[in-house]
Design a protein around this ligand. Sequence first.
Ligand code: TLP
Length: 343
Amino acid sequence: MKYFDFRSDTVTVPSIEMRKAMADAEVGDDVFGDDPTMNALQERVAKMTGKEAALFVASGTMANVCAIMAHTRPGDEVIVEREGHTFVYEVAAPAVLGGIQLNPLPGDHGILEVGQIEQAIRPDDVHQPPTRLIVLENTHNRGGGKIYPFDNIQAIAEFARGKNINMHLDGARLFNASVATGIPIKDYASQFDSIMFCFSKGLGAPIGSIIAGSREFIRRAHRIRKMLGGGMRQVGILAAAANYSLDHNIERLADDHVNAKRLAFGLAQIKGFTIDPNTVDTNIVVIDVSASQYSVSEIVSKFKEQNVLVVPFGRTFIRAVTHLNVSTDDVDQTIRIARQIFG
Ligand code: TLP
């Protein structure tokens, strides 16, 4: 059964060639630090991000949790964005596991201005938790795949440095931003004390994310990873998939961006669907369906009956994500199906 699966770029399945690379990987016990393929991947990512060290983890959520905990102590405050993944989708892990208070600021499509951050910094006051870390998300998932303007990042980073506050980047889809803007990963990374990105999204690997930062930071993150039960053994198989994704699947993200725009233009014509295709920066299409005669759940299930999979995204939105397993033809067929169902 052929599905048009736009639920997420996490649904990508490893290609035959990627699986072959996985099968051929040299492996060892990574808890002993013995997995040569993993060690090489971590070195590769440290180099490509311009950081001293890197650490592979099981998921994007684990990457953010390890990073936030490695930067903080219980009782610290971390500035995040109100629609950000760390605040909305990480099951309050920083609070539960790290004793952290998150301070969520409202962004414009997930983007914060330095002035908002300046106002949110806690004074040196015995009553208040110290602001220790700022987390930005690029691209911004709930912001509709929005790219963080580099100027904003720079202004926030410069301010944070002046205040001795660390910066962490949730770069789950940083390669989408980099391919779309032409700004190298290293340039983005240079503005942050730590960054993470995911192999298991648009890059098409089955599992895994990676954190990069200073050697001391990675040493702390490593211990936290172990505490979370994230010490894994013959992970070279996963490192091989990740390496393959870096070798083969970065530049092609541009195709996903073209397809997302095409999908947005098509769906913008559907009755009750509201989206400005010009706001689609990368591979995420968020559509306001509040003007439709159907509810979000009705729309999702009507699509599903025709083998088109999308997800609800809040009470009045649906989300469709393009990725390496959806073709331009799939996009065109999906637009045709939407016209048939919704007019
Ligand atoms: N996002 C998933 C869902 O959790 C919503 C998706 O389908 O988009 N940071 C960002 C910006 C993310 O979008 C995600 C995953 C993560 C972190 C967490 O990654 P995983 O799912 O590997 O824990």
